[in-house]
Design a protein around this ligand. Structure first.
Ligand code: AMP
Length: 105
């Protein structure tokens, strides 16, 4: 079964899309925990950070590069958080990796 993020990528459910390229989509979190709360999501469905493979390293780098570009564009270089939750005991709700970008600046 495809994840909710794959459904967003495939336009089966709506979302506010901030950025998209061949490998990555960035959306606004539906339940923001900060003034800015974005999710940087690879189009490849990887369940958790535990499932990353060696050949995902470029994808990971690209996710952080996209985050860095957004940070620059939003002028929040002086204060933000990037994090992954991993597994349900640490609040991973959606089993399709996503990098949270949050800031109150
Ligand atoms: P996590 O708990 O790390 O798995 O984070 C999942 C995040 O996805 C949460 O912050 C949710 O608010 C967010 N979320 C769930 N469904 C949607 C959706 N349809 N559109 C945007 N964000 C969503």
């Amino acid at each position: 079964m495809s994840s909710i993020f794959t459904k967003i990528i495939n336009r089966e459910i709506p979302s506010t899309i901030i950025y998209e390229n061949n490998n990555i989509i960035v959306i606004k979190d539906i339940n923001p925990k900060a003034k800015l709360h974005l999710l940087i999501i690879p189009k490849k469905e990887i369940s958790t950070i535990n499932d990353l493979k060696e050949n995902d390293k470029n994808l990971l780098f690209e996710m952080f590069s996209v985050a860095k570009n957004i940070v620059k564009e939003k002028k929040i270089e002086e204060g933000y958080q990037l994090h992954f939750n991993v597994w349900k005991k640490w609040w991973q709700e959606v089993m399709h990796i996503h990098l949270h970008l949050t800031s109150d600046l």
